[in-house]
Design a binder for this molecule. Sequence first.
Ligand code: TRP
Length: 474
Amino acid sequence: MSQPRDHWSSNTGLVLAATGSAIGLGNLWKFPFITWENNGGAFVLVYLICIAAVGLPIMMAELLIGRRSQKSAVGALKDAVASKWPAGRKLGALAGGWGVLAGFILLSYYTVIAGWSLYYFTKSLSWTFGGYPVGMLPGDLFNGQALNTGLQLLLSLGFSLGTIAVVYFGVSKGIEKIARIFLPILFGILLLMLVSALGMSGSAEALGFIFRPNFSELGMEGILEALGHSFFTLSLGMGAMITYGSYISRKHSVVKASGAIVALDTIIALVATVIMFSVIFSVAGMREEISGSTVGMLFISLPELFYTEVPFGVVLGPLFYVLVALAALTSTISLLEVVSAYLIDERGLTRHKATIGAGAAIFVFTTFAVLSIPGLLGVSAEGLLSTMEIFDGKIGWFATADHFVSNWMLPTGGFFITLAAGWFMTREATKSELMDGTEPRWFKYGAWRFFIRWVAPIAVAAIIVFVIRGVDFS
Ligand code: TRP
């Protein structure tokens, strides 16, 4: 007997859950780093254009595909393709399955980094009360924990269990409830940190770096990176938003929700970047030290700086890692939901069985990611490494998975979604989903249709062409 489908209890519930999915390590970890690598200003501007011209239309497409069919990724894409082309159901199913696989793979390594936030939370709490240890090298601390395989397994197991526990309770009683509590806390912590960071001496320089465009600094790869990241940060291209869309009831607006999700995700990424750069620019010599890796920023440079530089850092330090953990958790639950919802909708499993089964299977791959860390850190060569090189060495499950998901799976999945919404679904079908009386006045259906049929697919196809030609932007 199938149960009636669970739904978000309100528009706010949907927006908070989907925003929670979008805001994650991509905002706090990846975006500041690629902004740094691409010299700020111009890159940020291009990123904003990609978000508006490609990310927003695809966000609406995913939510509407899900809402229309009331099924998760596989079933929804099957229905979408079949609306004009009944024989194409298989292709839709394949694309949905591709997304489920992407969710599975991404979750397997995302959990590992998420686990680090738990370690740093407990550490920073102990520094808050006991003082930051004199003479400790931050790099050694990071390496020590990352190379401790037992500890890594424990941390990622903890994070996986947390994720499973939320998804186990379902959409309105699990995912939405957690988002309603955690997102306001997350916003509050970021606001406190922003106030503190803006008071630091480097904040003016940081704002200039981020918001003053200088196009001579930006190359083609930077533009592709901006485009690719707009998929990752908005949780697009793998059916996560299709799945969340399938829990939207008729009363709630796809357009309004999309606008709010995309705006919040973008604001949070920018705020996080302003905070981190204000700290970095305030400390002499920090700029040079950062130049290697974003892991360096989040888990090596920042912990010490909280205790030496940041106003109210003793309070903000532990809070910051709570923030990272909450942001990551609301993302991991949506990743697990993609896989679980597939098992529930398409394979007839109960939610409890689907969640525990998928969570356990994914954790097997998480252990592969953990075991590949020493290789990533290049330990064999020198014992302990210069941590700035992490992930540049692309070895093991961890690096392979990230490369494959960001470069191949999300763009190809996203491309298919633009085709499904722009070309396979009828005009009447998409119009009735978007123009249902709940849409805001700024929304023009014709503009959306133009972007989803032409602008978005061409832009995404460009990523794919460059990736085929060997460009790597993961
Ligand atoms: N958006 C998440 C972040 O910024 C990462 C992510 C990509 C994701 N695709 C997803 C999360 C799908 C949930 C579901 O960190």
